[in-house]
Design a protein around this ligand. Structure first.
Ligand code: FAD
Length: 458
């Protein structure tokens, strides 16, 4: 295999590049690494001035420890990420802090699982091949017992925050598939790479064989012209200046779902010529969920005055920010606030200052601490508006009611020329994660390699 692809890579074709990859997030980098290791020449075109996409680590400048504006947790025992951490000598910690719930003016500590949540979710129905329903419909019909009202609220908040999904649109069938996949990796356990999640894209980048592959930063793909066996990508920089025309025999599209869904009138929308009409239904079956995530560094862990033990998570279902977490088990004066789904949508259009302000008001109410006291403690804060970011257009994907086949349809190669990666093309229920993006990138690379091999033996 390697030999035949080596022959391709140095072959006499008109194109000097075997494969172009659009996007240097985890998925695109994973695809590029696998392709170069198999002997292909690869160029990765990345719109931003950095790799990593929705993995965005902040450090220094007032931050006592690295903090994450994008992906933060390793959701479960994900062997590929654990291995990567081990190879890089990167410390991984499990999140084992206690949990506090703020509800109807009361703060209560609870240990272990969220009360009643599992009871509700375990009743998700097995639906027939043609059937589906929204999570909101499921909640309305199941668990009608009044004693479960709080648990139903919690389940709704959980799905909104965790899946960043609107319960009225989220597919129950996809949720069931996600839960099965998560069970296999014990995703109820969460871990953190304490020296920064950006170690993952960095390690993947290092895996791109330097003599065969290269990442072009600040290179925004604007148009893909393609015919079977040939692609040409026009690219510009953020000021609109031409970055060039890149050609290859194959293309891996590792762009976020939101970018692929953007109408042509949107800034930095990408155009395919001829258009990819066969992807329209898939793009309609999936949706980009929204998240608002804000990170704060304080002078000290002032919340310990309220909860002298090791608080990990604070749940506040009735607040604009439904969840907060500390760095525990790392002792750092850092808090992260989170809103997902409709709660995140409620922040749309607010300027950064307004978001931070609303978040701190919410934190004060959640902790029963005066706003002035919180303000005195702040060292620095930050956020990133993923919904307004033209190179993300949302936080991560979910499946709409009736869209259970959409990921497979989006992932499906076109004419052995266009291949599709990115978290939204993960097929086994692990979309919306770093490991899902990584797996999707490797799957797309394997499809390219199979296609090249099939062509070379013809
Ligand atoms: C706030 C937040 C929290 C999250 N938390 C977690 C978590 O705790 N655990 C977890 O596992 N996952 C989490 N995720 C999800 C995870 O970050 C993503 O699933 C994963 O990083 C997606 O990788 P990707 O390569 O598919 O996409 P991306 O990382 O988005 O990469 C796509 C790349 O394409 C580039 N691009 C876009 N348009 C163009 C263009 N026209 N031309 C060239 N390049 C372009 C982008 O700049 C980007 O670098 C979180 C995401 C967010 C936003």
């Amino acid at each position: 295999m390697l030999e035949s692809l080596d022959a391709h890579a140095s072959g006499t074709g008109a194109s000097p590049t075997d494969v172009l990859v659009l996007g240097a997030g985890v998925s695109g980098l994973a695809a590029a690494a696998r392709l170069t290791q198999a002997g292909c020449t690869v160029r990765v075109l990345e719109a931003r001035d950095r790799i990593g996409g929705r993995v965005l680590t902040l450090r220094g400048e007032g931050w006592p420890v690295p903090v994450e504006l994008g992906a933060e947790f390793v959701q479960g025992r994900v062997s590929v990420l654990f291995k990567l951490a081990e190879q890089g000598g990167l410390p991984v910690v499990e999140l084992n802090g206690s949990r506090v719930q703020s509800h109807a003016g009361q703060l209560a500590r609870f240990d272990g699982r969220f009360p009643g949540l599992e009871e509700i979710l375990s009743q998700l129905p097995e639906l027939g091949a043609e059937e589906d329903q929204s999570f909101a419909q499921f909640l309305a019909t199941c668990c009608a017992d009044e004693s479960l009202a709080d648990a139903r609220d919690l389940a709704r908040t959980w799905v909104e925050t965790y899946d960043a999904a609107d319960p009225d649109r989220l597919s129950v069938r996809s949720l069931l598939r996600e839960r099965r996949a998560e069970r296999e990796i014990a995703a109820d356990r969460a871990f953190r790479l304490v020296t920064g999640y950006d170690a993952v894209p960095k390690a993947l980048h290092q895996g791109i064989a330097a003599e065969r592959g290269r990442v072009e930063l600040e290179t925004i793909a604007t148009e893909v012209r393609w015919s079977p066996g040939a692609v040409s990508v026009e690219a510009s920089d953020s000021r609109g200046a031409v970055r060039g025309s890149f050609t290859a025999r194959r293309l891996v599209v590792a762009l976020p779902l939101g970018v692929l869904q953007a109408p042509p009138t949107e800034p930095f929308a990408i155009r395919f010529t001829p258009p990819l009409a066969q992807k329209d239904a898939a793009l309609r079956g999936l949706e980009m969920g929204h998240v608002v995530k804000l990170v704060f560094a304080f002078k000290e862990r002032f919340w310990e005055r309220l909860f002298p033990d090791e608080v990990g998570f604070l749940i506040a279902s009735d607040e604009p920010l439904q969840g907060w977490w500390t760095g525990y088990p790392v002792y750092a004066p850092v808090l992260v606030g989170w809103a997902g789904g409709p709660a995140a949508d409620a922040f749309a259009g607010l300027a950064t200052e307004q978001r931070l302000d609303r978040a701190l008001d919410s934190l004060g109410r959640t902790l029963r601490v005066g706003r002035a006291e919180i303000d005195r403690e702040i060292v620095t804060c930050s956020t990133h508006d993923w919904a307004a970011d033209p190179f993300a257009r949302g936080a991560y994907s979910y499946v709409r009611v009736g869209g259970i086949e959409a990921q497979a349809a989006l992932a499906s190669p076109v004419e052995n020329t266009l291949f599709f990666a990115g978290e939204a093309t993960e097929l086994d229920g692990l979309q919306a994660t770093v490991h899902g993006a990584l797996a999707a990138g490797q799957r797309a690379a394997d499809e390219v390699l199979q296609g090249l091999k099939a062509e070379s033996v013809r």
